[in-house]
Design a protein around this ligand. Structure first.
Ligand SMILES: Nc1ncnc2c1ncn2[C@@H]1O[C@H](COP(=O)(O)OP(=O)(O)OP(=O)(O)O)[C@@H](O)[C@H]1O
Length: 283
């Protein structure tokens, strides 16, 4: 396992305040997805900003174990009133980051495709929804092919469909080996993406390490496909088992609870009739 970042005895106090966190020591490994959790004000955004080198710690340090490490950072709020179109914005942000024009064109169109935003590339960002702006923020952070992607509350304030969309994109980035560090209140995202969870306990300025939470139960969905193909399920993560019952049109899916809402929506939209839905305890 290759360590990308070593965090040593990190302590942060803003001027005039007591420490938000102190003596935070941890290693971040290549390819790891690390979630940072904690109450409001526990210091999650502050920690990310220190990792992104936007602010400095009061004590301790963050050591990059790879030379020329590129960090992509997506703040919680997208900048206000950007009049560029999506494509213009990505182009200019890419140029600011020093990416060659020829390379930039290629990367921008790949990202617009990956984020399902090709149809909106010519529209002004200030007309976009929160979810679309979040996607632009992520694309901008990915333009420079970062070693690490830092995301501050990536799903906050988004509707369920957009959350699922972004979750799938993040899952794909994770399975492609990108190191991802994100702050999060959302259990579903934790279960699906995080390999490790760190809880910042602001009150005591201490850290509690817990392993990624595994679901205590799976969801069983029984359905009548009415002869329809279920090919649209291919590539959806979180399906644990799928079996056809009685040689007929009845199919039984066993799925991770983190994807069950999304799957049910997909099934209904494809005209599949849900027959039964229940929990199965996992030992
Ligand atoms: N620039 C700043 N100057 C002074 N205090 C600050 C500054 N930025 C944040 N703080 C304070 O530091 C503490 C931690 O803030 P931070 O935004 O890192 O917490 P958080 O865990 O991300 O919170 P939330 O979940 O509400 O986003 C808060 O008490 C906040 O008011």
């Amino acid at each position: 396992m290759t360590t990308l970042i070593e965090v040593q005895e990190l302590t942060k106090a803003y001027p005039g305040s007591t420490s938000i966190f102190s003596n935070l020591t941890l290693s971040i490994n290549e390819g790891e997805s690390l979630a940072i959790r904690g109450d409001n004000g526990a210091g999650k955004s502050t920690f990310l900003k220190i990792l992104a080198e936007i602010i400095t710690p009061t004590y301790g340090f963050v050591k990059h174990m790879k030379s020329d490490m590129v960090i992509g950072y997506v703040p919680e709020k997208f900048p206000y009133n950007i009049r560029f179109t999506a494509k213009q914005y990505l182009y200019h942000m890419g140029r600011i980051q020093g990416i060659a024009k020829s390379e930039l064109h290629h990367r921008t169109s790949n990202l617009l495709k990956q984020f399902n935003m090709r149809d909106q590339q010519g529209n002004a960002i200030n007309t976009f929804s929160k979810g679309m702006k979040q996607k632009i923020g992520m694309m901008q952070a990915l333009l420079a092919n970062p070693d690490i992607l830092l995301l501050d509350e990536p799903l906050s304030g988004l509707d369920l469909r957009t959350q699922n969309d972004l979750e799938s994109i993040l899952y794909r980035l994770k399975t492609n080996g990108l190191t991802i560090i994100f702050t999060c209140h959302d259990k579903k995202l934790l279960n699906r993406i995080a390999d490790r969870v760190i809880t910042l306990n602001g009150k005591q300025g201490q850290l509690e390490y817990i392993s990624a939470e595994k679901p205590a139960f799976h969801i069983i969905i029984e359905m009548d496909t009415k002869g329809q193909s279920l090919d649209f399920l291919i590539g959806i993560d979180g399906i644990i088992n799928r079996e056809r019952m009685d040689q007929g049109d009845t199919v039984r899916l066993e799925v991770n609870p983190s994807v069950s809402d999304y799957l049910l929506l997909e099934l209904i939209q494809h005209g599949i009739s849900i027959q039964s839905l229940y929990r199965k305890r996992v030992l």
